[in-house]
Design a protein around this ligand. Structure first.
Ligand SMILES: Cc1ncc(COP(=O)(O)O)c(C=O)c1O
Length: 396
């Protein structure tokens, strides 16, 4: 039988982090440390289901009486219940200016945001590097041009000069993508004053802001982590906000996210949203229901909301404790850990060579991404001293 097309496909490189998970799993050493995988871990090394989510799932099980189709917009109760948490409940001018739809995870939200931007005529998307690798992959898959600039300086601060340069070089009608908080992979976020400047830069040129908010509540708090997004939304005529509940509700594999559209022309909202629905329909038809329904039940119930916020506080406090302990260590071999203390979220990047990263793995059983990205939640008060000593040994 004649073959037609599939033989033209060439093997793609495996996802480096998934390969690292396999290597870690195969390592028999009892004191190995996994700093690779991007999920939160407790001080005991677990990634448990939130208590508030367990209770909500129980309620869902007892009360859900149909699994009939919803629509490409998903669970609008979920979409609406999240809005005050993201955009702040105080601002009445936001009514009618923001509409949302559910998406399969933050990834689905980013995909939808960029596909919608493309459909609206955006060709180039400005992206600070390093970034979450899927940003560039999604742009490539959509056939959009990624125009890149440096997100951070070697000293571990935001590279505002590079960002100003990107704004200057961008063509009217381009989009510029920013992480809302807890930058992946660097942990280096824009300060409130830098967000003010960013708003001014957007106001001076017709560029579409695309904001990726995947870790709200994991940096400094729900309000603090949304401050940049809120400034952009309050001051600018248009924005797209991709959101993930997969980290701040611990729902990773349930794929819970959303896309929010902001426009200062409510008369245009219907057209914009209908394009979002059409794109969703063509991509995944409708998003998975279960996790979003569980989040909705939490947010509609005061006691469950309080329980969720307590659990989130515990996570954030633990990550801040690990960061403080690393920063306290100061200079370790050639690596200055001090900036890690003021960075946010799950990740930081250490300036290590590929050889040093390999040595950490082979000689000390410490696994991290080839970029030097560490998941600070992989460290505990029980293994952090070993990590610091190993870092000193490989960079001496
Ligand atoms: C910056 C950023 N955006 C989006 C996502 C996607 O998250 P989700 O697992 O909800 O698809 C991630 C996840 O790692 C991320 O780091």
């Amino acid at each position: 039988m004649a073959r037609a097309m599939l033989e033209t496909l060439t093997p793609q490189p495996p996802d480096a982090l998934l390969a690292l998970i396999k290597l870690y799993g195969d390592d028999p050493r009892a004191d190995k440390i996994d700093l690779g995988v991007g999920v939160y871990r407790t001080g005991q090394g677990d990634t448990p289901v939130f208590g508030a989510i367990k209770a909500s799932e129980q309620r869902l099980l007892e009360t859900q009486d149909s699994k009939s189709y919803l629509g490409p917009e998903g669970d609008m109760g979920f979409v609406r219940a999240l809005m005050p948490w993201i955009f702040g409940s105080a601002d009445p001018t936001l009514v009618g200016r923001i509409e949302g739809m559910q998406a399969p995870g933050g990834t689905g939200g980013v995909r939808l945001a960029l596909a919608l931007a493309k459909k609206a005529g955006v060709a180039g998307v400005w992206l600070g590097l390093p970034s979450w690798p899927n940003h560039a992959q999604i742009l490539a898959d959509l056939g959009m041009e990624a125009c890149t600039f440096a997100h951070a300086t070697p000293a571990g601060t935001v590279d505002m000069d590079a960002l100003r340069g990107a704004f200057a070089a961008a063509l009217p009608g381009d989009a510029l993508l920013l992480h809302g908080c807890c930058h992946n992979p660097t942990g280096i976020d824009h300060s409130p004053a830098q967000w003010d400047e960013i708003v001014g830069l957007f106001a001076a040129k017709p560029l579409l802001p695309v904001l990726d908010l995947a870790y709200q509540g994991l940096g400094h708090g729900m309000d603090e982590d949304a401050a940049g997004v809120r400034k952009v939304v309050a001051a600018l005529p248009e924005a797209l906000v991709a959101y993930s509940c997969d980290k701040n509700f611990g729902l990773y594999r349930d794929r819970v996210g959303a896309l929010y559209v902001v426009t200062d022309d409510p008369g245009r909202m219907g057209a914009i949203v209908s394009n979002g629905h059409a794109l969703a329909r063509a991509n995944w038809s409708m998003p998975p229901d279960h996790g979003a329904a569980a989040v909705r039940i939490v947010l509609e119930d005061e006691a469950l909301t309080r329980q969720w916020l307590d659990e989130l506080d515990t996570m954030r406090a633990r990550m801040r404790q690990v960061r403080a302990r690393l920063a306290e260590a100061g200079r370790v071999g050639t690596v200055d850990l001090t900036p890690v203390g003021s960075q946010n979220g799950l990740f930081s990047v250490l300036p290590l060579t590929p050889d040093q990263i390999l040595k950490l793995r082979s000689a000390h059983g410490i696994y991290m991404a080839g970029s030097g990205r560490i998941n600070v939640a992989g460290l505990t008060m029980g293994n952090i001293d070993k990590f610091i000593a190993a870092l000193a040994a490989v960079t001496a």
